[in-house]
Ligand binder design. Sequence first.
Ligand code: ATP
Length: 284
Amino acid sequence: MSGKRTPGDYVFLEQLGQGSYSTVFRAVERTNGGRNYAIKVCGKKHIIREKKVKYVTIEKDLLNNLARGGHPGIVRLFCTFHDAENLYFVLEYVSGGELLSLLRRNGPLPESWSKHLFAQLVDTVDYMHAQGVIHRDLKPENVLLSQEGRIVITDFGAACALSNSAQDRAASFVGTAEYVAPELLLYSQCGLGSDVWALGCILYQLTQGAPPFRGENELKTFEQIVALDYKWKIPTTPQITALVRNILVLDPMQRPSSKQLKQNSWFSSIDWNDRATLWKGIWE
Ligand code: ATP
């Protein structure tokens, strides 16, 4: 795309989702063959009132940087523009819905699907971490599925660059209660290991249908997290329970890195270099 875009360049269609500081619409470009996009519209007044200006800027910069690698698991950002009221992020349209909706529809997933989707997640987080980016809000709402059923991570609104994490954003809880890592609750610290913690919660949820830590309110959820108080409700394989147990440890230094996760024996059937097979959708 070239030249400054305006909202008038697009036909805005149905609402795809609503976040805390944005609304996302499907939109088609008036020219260029009517290609589909997801446009995230952030109200300027709301962003300023909620002191989110810095986060929106970070989201744009990090997505632009990550997009250069062209990784299939990161949502593509085509361009941004603004008018008097709003900021607009023109994103790749990911049409298969949220991973959360799949879990709500299907309940716990078969092991083959869990492994395939989780492998794609691990590969994407490994790429992100190699670029020095911590997502900080990994959860099934922020994992979208393409039409073919491959994962695309979205919502980098809480993300930060590793170099800035300690001084900049460490003290703030910006994630989602169920997936927040204990080091953030206990020591106001957040690092690459916090994303790995969220991956552990997501793997549990893929096989159990619900996250490992969920109290009747946020405080109760936090108490469960720091006490590592979770139970397996549906029988699953020893390899999966061992992997989740390895990840869900209080000390982030004792958690496997995303690279180490790839070496786990549960993934022995996965060839990480065979990108075509790894990135096949579950519905292909
Ligand atoms: P949060 O309150 O979680 O920070 P947010 O304001 O940052 O939310 P997003 O999470 O980016 O907003 O988007 C809200 C919802 O819109 C998503 O959960 C998803 O359902 C939908 N959505 C976002 N991006 C896309 C996309 N590229 N394609 C399709 N749907 C999308």
